[in-house]
Design a protein around this ligand. Structure first.
Ligand code: HEC
Length: 144
């Protein structure tokens, strides 16, 4: 993977944010959060390539990916709304009633912030692993 394609992913992930302001129906909320998750997922794959040594570690790059994931994660709380747990979604209804979801969301936000500040490959490995754990922990509990 080339540096350029990583940058393309970073740019792409800002696109759905524009749509969030208009997400007034449960269907819009479902679509927006799934798009955000997909773009977070693409960025995680780019980070995975760095972790495996396929792309050279570059602090400026991981900082911007961390920033992008963090920015995306900030909109997620507004996209799990009443009525958005039926139909074309894998999100569980319990999200509305459990405090756990907010905890996982916080962990995602904090771990992506941490990624913004890594200065070397070792610190990157720790931050990447912590970030990855936030995904699987929340998916295990709140994704169908
Ligand atoms: C706070 C909980 C939470 C965290 C943290 C979280 N996710 Fe998700 N994710 C979900 C839920 C809920 C869904 C199902 C959304 C839906 O279908 O409406 C989902 C769906 C997804 C999807 C499928 C999107 C689609 O419909 O195609 C991907 C990919 C994904 N997440 C990646 C990630 C990655 C990568 C991370 C970590 C960097 C992450 N998620 C962190 C809750 C979370």
């Amino acid at each position: 993977m080339k540096f350029k394609s990583l940058i393309a992913v970073i740019c792409l992930i800002f696109i759905p944010v524009a749509g969030i302001a208009g997400s007034d129906s449960p269907e819009d909320a479902i679509q927006a959060r799934q798009e955000i998750m997909k773009f977070i997922g693409s960025n995680m794959r780019s980070l995975g390539a760095i972790q495996r040594g396929q792309v050279e570690f570059e602090p400026a790059m991981t900082k911007s990916v961390g920033h992008a994931i963090h920015a995306m994660s900030l909109s997620l709380p507004f996209l799990f709304v009443e009525g958005s747990f039926d139909g074309d979604t894998d999100a569980k209804q319990e999200i509305m009633t459990s405090d756990g979801f907010g905890v996982h969301l916080n962990n995602l936000q904090n771990a992506s912030l941490m990624l913004k500040n890594v200065a070397n490959k070792d610190d990157f490995a720790v931050a990447f692993s912590q970030l990855g754990q936030t995904c699987s922990a929340c998916h295990r509990e709140f994704r169908k």
